[in-house]
Write a protein that binds this ligand. Sequence first.
Ligand code: C5P
Length: 231
Amino acid sequence: MDYAKKIILAIDETSIDRIRTIVESTSKYISTYKLGSIPFTAHGPILVREIIDMGKDVFLDLKYFDIPNTVSKAVEQAINLGVRMITLHAMGGEEMLKRAVEVNSGRSMLFAVTILTSMENSQLSLIGMRGDVEDMVVGLAKMAVNTGIDGIVASGRETSLLRESFGRKPVIVVPGVRMDNNSRDDQKRVVTPRTAFESGADYIVIGRPVTESRYPEKVLEEIIQSCELYK
Ligand code: C5P
């Protein structure tokens, strides 16, 4: 497997110079950059176009979560920007996802975010959810897959379960990736790159361990090596 193409780099930065430096220093290994609410709020569509003009793909991670009309029109705008991947919250509901799938009609890839990797069981009851993370992830994924969405975003801890439930078809993207299984920041349901791929992830998303390193290229090399050693 060409692991380099399977690693999506999350750029959660505001400075345009920092963003350019990160892209330049990682370009050898990364073909898709994930832009979320931080860089998009700071720089908007201009940044998306700049990265696409550099010959890279953009994963627009704005996690749309609104009424179906609003989301389908926002998705249309995202598609017009030329992004390759787009996220929506599965919790926005079946109708919202269906309308997005219809408007997309296969132009971009749409991903339903299940339960954020920063959440764990103890937090679910506080927002009124019954059941544990695994039940919620599988339940939301089931609804999302039935709408014809391209893929699911979940933690690597649920990937095997998702593959057992839905087979090979949905594309699975796994954020919350760390070089060991310990969480040192806001991410809670973390896994290593190797575990993510072994349990069935198609793509991993990693940000700070790479972007905050003094040697981002070296961290990426380590990630690729840690996967290839065990293939
Ligand atoms: O720096 P870190 O590796 O934690 O970055 C993970 C990225 O993936 C962040 O940009 C975060 O917004 C995003 N993400 C996530 N969990 C999800 C969906 C997206 O961490 N369920």
